[in-house]
Design a binder for this molecule. Sequence first.
Ligand code: F0G
Length: 470
Amino acid sequence: MTTQHSKKRTWAEPYKIKSVELLRMTTLKERHKAIRDAGYNTFLTRSRDVYIDLLTDSGTSAMSDRQWAGMMQGDEAYSGSENFYHLENVVREYYGYKYLVPTHQGRAAENLMSKILIKAGDFVPGNMYFTTTRLHQELAGGSFVDVIIDEAHDPESLNPFKGNVDIGKLDRLVQEVGAERIPYISLEGNVNMAGGQPFSMANLSQLRTYCLDKNIPIMLDATRTMENAWFIKERETGYKEKSVREILREICDLTDGCTMSAKKDALVNIGGFFACNDEELFRQAQNLVVVYEGLHTYGGLAGRDMEAMALGIREAATDEHQAARIGQVRYLGEKLDRAGIPIVKPIGSHAIFIDVKRFLPHIDQDAYPAQALAAELYIESGIRTMERGNVSAGRDPATGNNRRPSLELVRLTIPRRVYTQAHMDVVVEAVVDVYERRESIRGLKMVFEPEYLRFFQARFEPLSPTPPLT
Ligand code: F0G
């Protein structure tokens, strides 16, 4: 924000709209049927039945005219595509890692990294779990260990850096199992499951010192690290004058490599990568990618997808973009907060998380209150959101019981550059309407449970008969 007026004026989108997609509004009766057909799981509803889609910010961004123009410059050669070299240069320039292996999305990069680095019986500490990340660690024979600060599990804590690693917790793990059984620490920017909460540069620097001493690499989940950089700029002493781009680079320079879902920060509909500085690790990833994704110069992507990603990184790593992106999320969060809706605070970067333990205190966690609330919001308004609680957390492999996480949340995720403030106003009205009749909402029972990442495909039924349609 270097314009003359930036200090006096509010944020506004640093773009104007050239093409639009029409929305479809359904009737209450249609929505009752749609959610019942979907087994009360918003993931199983059809997008044509959705009015405002806040399911995810993943792959749902609006691309710019430049990105679309870049798509026409796709070099669809099987090997050595020009777009790969463009992307490689951009990743080197913005993230600073020497070596790049493209993948079709983030979890594919997680698969490669977990398979290469984790041995059976290893422990992988992380600043809170992410669903796919932890699953790949477990499939590779490792166990995830949560080393995020306690405040991250408290939706009411106002700590500005709830994504920070508790180095004491990490040290206890190192003492207990030995550094040689910890292949790396997994560090996520703007921790998704905690509500989109950043780590601070001070915390990362301390972590770096600790890890260098113990010889433990730091592998970044770079998915929303540009958004983390914005919070460092806003909140951390000494960073006001630095740009998002500079801060991003400073973060990456304190780490050894990353996995990336480019479907978030990087403003593309599909794409991801693994990047690192170690040549041997790179060689292994380059070799393994051909097994699961495709040749190492396309990794499951078309040339045009890599071009859009390279251009998206450049557009996203700007202060103007992040100010508007995070400004819009904050606008929604502050309005909900003023209306008395319990939400996770501080407001994160990519979504507003409703604190369902306070919204529906009468529903036990094993009756999946966040799942029930997401279904109810859909019925009320056609707005599609996502459960991030007991269903997403899955079962403890040791006991087979639901994990019953401390955070039982519904996520209202804002796609980048897609909706307007007026859409946000409608969302607030819908949430408030549901809040006013919250006591009538009942829990759910799970009637189908898939083995992996159950939240995507699980099916539910209401615990008591649904009220007649009005
Ligand atoms: N890491 C984080 C922090 C994520 O949020 C995601 C995806 C991934 C890794 C996996 O990347 O989807 O490209 O394979 N998050 C999406 C979400 C699905 O809605 O939060 P992917």
